[in-house]
Ligand binder design. Structure first.
Ligand code: HEC
Length: 421
């Protein structure tokens, strides 16, 4: 009897017509909303019944092809948190809803999402009196390509060192700002660069600070703007820090005012472990025009046992794929690199690297027109160098034994300095 009832219930569930309020709203909320809300990067809102119903066939096309939601990290590497992934079942439900004439159902019309840092422990912002103006169109850059980066200093003025567990970055132009690479600075260098032109907010140079690469404290893509270290880990930030934010923007045909702010959480657990960044990198690329497979790489040997909690990839638009391996095992790989979505990812579980483990990084470039993202059409010689790496993986790690912390720091520093000579 019970079995019969179950079968009947299941059959009912199968044949139930999906509605906006009961089904579609939730799918949109978890998969699309982070970017297609009023503060997001997406080209338009996907908030209300009308927003979604009006574009439903196009939406099915984009989600079926994998174009939306955007996600570039391959499954071949370690499993990562917050993978943007709409399921086959969810896509089928949207299709079923369209076939049924897109019924609205009863209840709330708008998809509402919460999240983010509600009460921050520290904050920082660019000068509200002095917004930077995103130009209507790209300007040619002094070397190659176009200028599409501006770096800002956000003073935190923290009186004491802090244990940062998460941070949320916001801009007033979320659709124009595609990526933001962050690094805390307590040397005053960012302020010095910013001071060169007192009439302009921010500065044009890269956001690296000395040997510290930008992106060291995370890189955010066009999603939520939230960087949250896994529970039990934190970044140790000295007193009186500034947050340096290198923004990658996309001109949208009209001038737009840009202000930035950050909210910081410092609720580390008692036994929280301090995270350091070790960098695997290639300093220079030299690629002939039309060379469609140019590969560079580096091998580093981990000096002490560490738990790796995440990775931040960095490479220009000419790069086509990248990976990092330990022996036979692929730890992280992107086979279709898109610098607009190269955000920091954290692993579902920390991954143990033993002292002496060799990490092999590889970046492959396609400097021909067959690379749809190559900024140089027709292709030209690409000869670029950056002290802190023209291509790199920033590995977010915590020493297994906290006594190894200093040894790891000095190994990392000397390696960075050696490569910068
Ligand atoms: C990580 C952020 C993000 C998420 C999540 C996301 N989008 Fe987008 N979406 C974008 C951005 C950015 C663009 C603009 C892309 C461009 O112009 O290059 C866009 C563009 C679009 C477009 C217009 C494409 C075109 O060619 O005109 C549609 C439709 C769309 N998204 C639907 C969706 C749907 C449906 C979902 C959820 C299943 C979704 N998006 C999830 C960021 C996102």
């Amino acid at each position: 009897m019970i079995e019969l009832l179950l079968v009947a219930l299941l059959a009912q569930e199968e044949s139930r017509v999906p509605t906006w309020t009961e089904d579609i709203r939730h799918i949109v909320l978890s998969n699309c909303m982070p970017c297609h809300n009023s503060g997001g990067a997406g080209a338009f809102h996907l908030l209300t019944y009308d927003d979604v119903a009006g574009r439903s066939s196009f939406i099915v096309e984009l989600v079926s092809s994998g174009a939306m939601p955007p996600w570039i990290v391959d499954d071949a590497g370690l499993p990562v948190e917050h993978k943007r992934n709409i399921s086959k079942e969810e896509i089928a439900t949207i299709q079923k809803w369209i076939d049924a004439g897109k019924p609205k159902g009863e209840g709330l019309d708008v998809a509402i999402c919460g999240g983010g840092i509600v009460v921050p422990d520290a904050v920082g912002a660019t000068n509200p009196e002095m917004p930077w103006l995103i130009p209507a169109e790209s300007k040619p850059r002094w070397h190659l390509g176009t200028l599409d980066k501006q770096t800002f200093v956000l003073p935190i003025n923290n009186p004491k060192p802090m244990k940062v567990t998460s941070l949320e970055f916001k801009t007033t132009a979320p659709r124009a700002v595609q990526m933001v690479s962050l690094v805390f600075d307590h040397s005053g260098r960012g302020r010095m660069f910013d001071g060169w032109d007192p009439d302009e907010a921010g500065y044009e140079m890269m956001g690296d600070i000395g040997w510290l690469p930008s992106g060291m404290h995370g890189k955010i893509g066009p999603g939520s703007g939230l960087i949250k270290l896994p529970r039990g880990f934190h970044w140790e930030i000295p007193e009186n820090a500034d947050l340096i934010a290198e923004t990658h923007f996309r001109p949208r045909g009209k001038q737009e005012k840009l202000l930035c702010s950050v909210a910081i959480q410092t609720d580390a657990t008692e036994d929280s472990r301090s995270v350091q960044e070790i960098v695997s990198m290639v300093r220079r690329i030299y690629i002939e025009a039309e060379d469609d497979i140019y590969t560079v790489g580096e091998t580093i040997e981990v000096p002490v046992a560490v738990d790796m909690i995440g990775i931040t990839p960095r490479a220009g638009a000419e790069c086509s794929s990248m990976k990092i391996e330990r022996g036979e095992r692929t730890l992280f790989s992107i086979s279709h690199w898109d610098s607009h979505y190269g955000e920091t990812v954290f692993f579902k579980e920390p991954f143990r690297l033993e002292s002496g483990d060799k990490l092999v990084s590889t970046w492959t470039y396609n400097n021909s027109e067959s690379n749809p993202r190559n900024p140089f059409v027709p292709a030209k010689l690409v000869d670029l160098a950056r002290k802190t790496g023209i291509a790199n993986f920033i590995l977010h790690v915590a020493p297994v034994n906290s006594n190894d912390s200093e040894a790891l720091k000095s190994w990392n520093l000397s390696l960075l300095r050696k490569r910068q000579r």
